[in-house]
Design a binder for this molecule. Structure first.
Ligand code: GDP
Ligand code: NA
Ligand code: MG
Length: 369
C-alpha cells in the first residue's frame, strides 16, 4: 500500500531490532477489512490500496471465501531468504507471494496468484456459487511495505443462488462479524454510490460493531456510474449519515476495464482525472480517490501506533531486562560481542522513538478532514 516511506522504514527497523532480542511484532498493526453488499466494489478497492492486480473481481458472487492478505516486510526476512549466487554474492530478493495452503511455492506472477485463489475457492466450495468461511491465506513478501493484514470478504446478500444454503444472508453476516468485531480491525464500509446510502448493508453492519464510528471509513464506489446531475457532495459533507472518520469517493475499474485488463496504474490515472475534471468534485479533488483513502489509512495506522507507544516501550524494557539477565547468566561465554549487540539494539530503539515522533508530528494533521 502506498505509505509514507519514512514510516515504513522506521517501523521495519524497530521490527528488526526487536526480532534480534526475540520479540516478534512489537507493533500489533490493525487489520484492514472490507465489507459491503455483493458487487459494491470491495475487491476492487482492496486491490487499488495494495496497488497490485491479484484478486478475482466481477459481477455476481466472485469472492466466496475470506482472503487474508499479509504483506511481509522483506527487511526482516531478506537475510533468511536472500539466495547466495555461485560467486558468493547475495542476490536481491524479488517480490513474491506464497499461500498458506502451498508452503514453499513462490508466486512471482500475480495473475497466477489470482488463478490459484479461484482454483482453491472452487476446490473448497464447488463451482456453483457456494461459500465457505474457510479463509485463504496469502502472504506477499516485498521490500518497502509494512507487515500488515488486509482482508477481502464475500459480500452481503439476501437470497440464495446456486448451491448456496437457505440461510446465506446469516452465514455471510456471521463470517463478516467475526472479522470486524476485533477492536483491532479498521472497517472499510463499501457502498456503491449509485445505490441509496440509507440501504447500505456495510454501514449498517459496521455500526453494529463500531457504534461510535471510531474505526469505520465509508468508501463510496462507482461514482462514475451515478446519474448525471447527481453527486455525493452531501454525503461527503456529513449531511446524510455522518461518520466520524468520513467518506472517501473512489472510481475503480468497471467490468469492461477488467475484461480488457486495464492496469492499476492507468486506472488510478483515470480516477484522478475524473475527480479533477468533475464540476462537483474538482474543488475537493485532494479529498477524493484511492490516494486519499491510502493517506487516511496511513493516518489511522500512525495514530494507532502512537497510542500503543507506551505498550511498545514496556515491551522494550522487558526485552532488554530479559536480554541483560541472559547475558549475565551466560557470563564470559559470549564475550564482548553480545554486550555490544545489546547496546546496538538499544540505540536503534531510542532512535526509533525519536524518528517516530518526528514523523507523527509532521503528519498528524489531516486525519479527520
Ligand atoms: P465485490 O463483489 O464487492 O468484491 O466487487 P468487485 O470488486 O468484484 O466489483 C464488482 C463489479 O463492479 C465489477 O464488475 C467491477 O468492475 C465493478 N466496479 C467496482 N467498482 C467500480 C467503480 O468504481 N466503477 C465502475 N464503473 N465499476 C466498478
Ligand atoms: Na462481485
Ligand atoms: Mg469481492
Amino acid at each position: 500500500m502506498a505509505m509514507d516511506a519514512s514510516l515504513i522504514k522506521t517501523i521495519n527497523k524497530l521490527q528488526d531490532a526487536f526480532s534480534t532480542v526475540g520479540v516478534h511484532n512489537p507493533v500489533d498493526l490493525p487489520q484492514i477489512v472490507v465489507i459491503g453488499s455483493q458487487s459494491s466494489g470491495k475487491s476492487s478497492v482492496l486491490e487499488n490500496i495494495v496497488g497490485r492486480d491479484f484478486l478475482p473481481r466481477g459481477s455476481g458472487i466472485v469472492t466466496r471465501r475470506p482472503l487474508t492478505f499479509l504483506s511481509v516486510s522483506m527487511s526482516v526476512l531478506c537475510l533468511l531468504y536472500a539466495k547466495k549466487e555461485p560467486n558468493g554474492e547475495k542476490k536481491e530478493p524479488e517480490e513474491w507471494g506464497e499461500f498458506l495452503h502451498q508452503p514453499g511455492v513462490k508466486y512471482t506472477d500475480f495473475n497466477q496468484i489470482r488463478e490459484e485463489i479461484v482454483r482453491d475457492t472452487e476446490l473448497k466450495t464447488g463451482k456453483n456459487a457456494g461459500i465457505s468461511p474457510l479463509p485463504i491465506n496469502l502472504r506477499v513478501y516485498s521490500p518497502n511495505v509494512l507487515t500488515l493484514t488486509l482482508v477481502d470478504l464475500p459480500g452481503l446478500t439476501k437470497l440464495p443462488v446456486g448451491d448456496q444454503p437457505k440461510d446465506i444472508e446469516r452465514q455471510i453476516k456471521d463470517m463478516i462479524v467475526k472479522y470486524i468485531t476485533k477492536p483491532n480491525a479498521i472497517i472499510l464500509a463499501v457502498t456503491a454510490a449509485n445505490t441509496d446510502l440509507a440501504n447500505s448493508d456495510g454501514l449498517k453492519l459496521a455500526r453494529e460493531v463500531d457504534p461510535e464510528g471510531a474505526r469505520t471509513i465509508g468508501v463510496l464506489t462507482k461514482i462514475d456510474l451515478m446519474d448525471a446531475g447527481t453527486d455525493v457532495v452531501d454525503i461527503l459533507a456529513g449531511r446524510i449519515i455522518p461518520l466520524r472518520l468520513g467518506y472517501v469517493p473512489v472510481v475503480n475499474r468497471g467490468q469492461r476495464d477488467i475484461d480488457t485488463k486495464k492496469s492499476i496504474t492507468r486506472s488510478l490515472e483515470g480516477e484522478r482525472s475524473f475527480f479533477e475534471n468533475h464540476s462537483a468534485y474538482k474543488s475537493k479533488a485532494q479529498y477524493c480517490g484511492t490516494p486519499y483513502l491510502s493517506r487516511k489509512l496511513n493516518m489511522i495506522l500512525m495514530h494507532h501506533i502512537r497510542n500503543t507507544l507506551p505498550e511498545i516501550k514496556a515491551k522494550i524494557q522487558a526485552a532488554l531486562v530479559k536480554y541483560q539477565v541472559e547475558l549475565a547468566g551466560l557470563g564470559d561465554m559470549l564475550g564482548e560481542g553480545s554486550a555490544g549487540q545489546a547496546s546496538i539494539v538499544l540505540n536503534i530503539i531510542t532512535e526509533f522513538c525519536n524518528e517516530f515522533r518526528t514523523i507523527i508530528d509532521g503528519n498528524s494533521t489531516d486525519l479527520t478532514s
